[in-house]
Design a protein around this ligand. Sequence first.
Ligand code: SF4
Length: 335
Amino acid sequence: MNILEATKNLEKKGFMDMTVSPTLDLFAEIEKLKKEKNAIILAHYYQEADIQDVADYIGDSLGLAQQAAQTDADMIVFAGVHFMAETAKILNPNKKVVLPDLHAGCSLADSAPTEAFRNFKEAHPNHIVISYINCTAEIKALSDIICTSSNAKKIVESIPENQPIIFAPDKNLGAFINKQTGRNMLLWNGSCMVHEIFSLEKILKLKQAYPEAKILAHPECEEIILKEADFIGSTTEILNFAKKDEATQFIVATEAGILHQMEKDSPQKKFIPAPPNNACACNDCPYMKLNTLEKLYLCMKYEKPEILMEEELRLAARKPIIRMLEISKASGLIK
Ligand code: SF4
């Protein structure tokens, strides 16, 4: 396909569908493009290993939002899913933000459709709305504060105890924070398809095979999985725990992409992905894995697909993100 055809098909395909020569050294080409275009690559821990290796910054949602807010690059290449690239655009209206594949969505973000959520909010007018960052710009615009799994507890604790709260869209994270804080937040009934399908039975079998292994879980997992966990935390917290803990074997109940950094940080330790309720041995996010090194290269080269947003929506969605960053700074979670 030539450039014209690829551009015409961009929306349907989600990426610039052009042939990349197999002899091209993509790592070197991507480095060249970074310099030429003053571009920065921000990648989530759930991206494939090659993408993590070319990234300028790898992080979880909080770290990525903070990096996006601070960068002086002209172009942000967001190797993650759509709502993350949207967040970068919300914080950087004058920068070009590109995403390797526009179809890299998120089942959790999809579980909160705008109109249904607006009605839910209107039915509970005395509540303030705290939304997990894994939501669309429209849901952010309907929220008072955004949170991530790294700062959710601190954000909730910053709200007076007698103030009713709606927590959206992840019911598992909401229930976990309710337990941690003793609050009774009203939970939107959303969830992440990746974190909801871990098999308790298979995890317990693994635990029998590796009795010394510690189970690490993300709070997006269901309560039955969290109950078995030795440590529950955000992606960054799980990584830090695995690095510092004296255990040498870990069963990891979150998206399997995180294992790449864990193995890099602690090559002498064994990391076993917790298996899902299907025939696969590990649990990959199908949206995150839509991004490939080829698509990353193409989106840098052609600066497409680009994230664009109406200014009114951007401004409304920016407010609760800024509140989150301010509370996170004040509580020492970020600098
Ligand atoms: S792992 Fe779950 S929450 Fe994260 S991007 Fe994939 S579907 Fe969304």
